[in-house]
Design a protein around this ligand. Structure first.
Ligand SMILES: NC(=O)c1ccc[n+]([C@@H]2O[C@H](COP(=O)([O-])OP(=O)(O)OC[C@H]3O[C@@H](n4cnc5c(N)ncnc54)[C@H](OP(=O)(O)O)[C@@H]3O)[C@@H](O)[C@H]2O)c1
Length: 223
């Protein structure tokens, strides 16, 4: 990765969760490549975000998933779990030597209020298996509702960052902070099973308590 800020790709960046991430990183001044199966759809989102920012020259670009993954230093994957494996296989070559930030939650519709783990242990562990040892898979944003990301205000929810390698987690934590959220180092990739499972807990609690965007706050840190 060259010195300075990394360039970012958001694969599935046209979707609910991904577009909020694209918006927040573009607002923070990052170069963002929006990946889509339909590049024209990604280009429309890039244009919408440039207009929203009132910055016609903002470096936000719409591309195919593979091209976005090739161009970026850090690649964020934000597709439904049903498309997780096939999308990873599509971008596998393009992400070698990079950090892959996995946003996916392995939900099993219609029982999305019940935590479910794939045979590998988590979506992140599965991604690590598919991509191989030269990619560092790091989970983030699993517990943040998409409506909050698309809004402008501060978000009073914390992001647990778990995945391969402390230095990689720290790079992802910097991205989380630049998106306007508080990041925590939540440990090694084995812990992604818990981070991802918490989303089913939050979906259950949203239904139980009549909300759409419950989140988590970590407390107890010394001043
Ligand atoms: N929504 C939330 O509040 C939220 C919160 C935390 C985590 N997450 C996780 O974030 C990920 C994305 O969620 P989302 O709600 O943003 O999903 P989404 O809007 O349904 O889909 C995101 C994007 O994925 C691509 N996609 C959809 N179906 C696909 C398929 N069958 N094959 C290949 N690509 C496909 C589409 O992009 P193109 O058509 O442009 O290719 C779509 O715009 C999920 O794993 C979810 O569990 C979501």
């Amino acid at each position: 990765m060259p010195s300075g800020r990394p360039t970012l790709a958001v694969i599935g960046g046209t979707g609910k969760e991904g577009r909020g991430l694209v918006y927040r990183w573009a607002r923070a001044g990052y170069t963002v490549f929006v990946g889509s199966r339909t590049p024209a759809k990604a280009q429309r989102l890039a244009e919408e975000i440039r207009e929203r920012l009132a910055q016609p020259e903002a470096p936000v670009f719409g591309l195919s998933n593979v091209e976005a993954a090739q161009r970026a230093d850090i690649v964020v994957l934000s597709v439904p779990y049903s498309a997780h494996r096939s999308t990873l296989e599509t971008i596998r070559e393009a992400v070698q030597g990079k950090i892959l930030v996995d946003v996916a939650v392995p939900l099993k519709p219609p029982k999305v209020t019940k935590a479910w783990r794939p045979p590998a242990g988590s979506a992140a562990l599965e991604a690590q298996e598919i991509l191989g040892p030269d990619v560092a898979v790091v989970d983030a944003f699993q517990n943040i509702a998409h409506t909050l990301l698309w809004e402008d205000g501060p978000i009073a929810c914390d992001v647990l960052v778990a995945g391969k390698g402390k230095a990689n987690r720290q790079k992802v934590m910097a991205l989380v902070e630049d998106a306007g959220l508080r990041a925590w180092d939540a440990g090694p990739i084995e812990n992604t099973a818990v981070v991802e499972g918490l989303t089913s807990v939050l979906i259950y609690m949203n239904k139980t308590y009549g909300s759409t965007h419950l989140g988590l706050r970590i407390t107890g840190l010394k001043d």
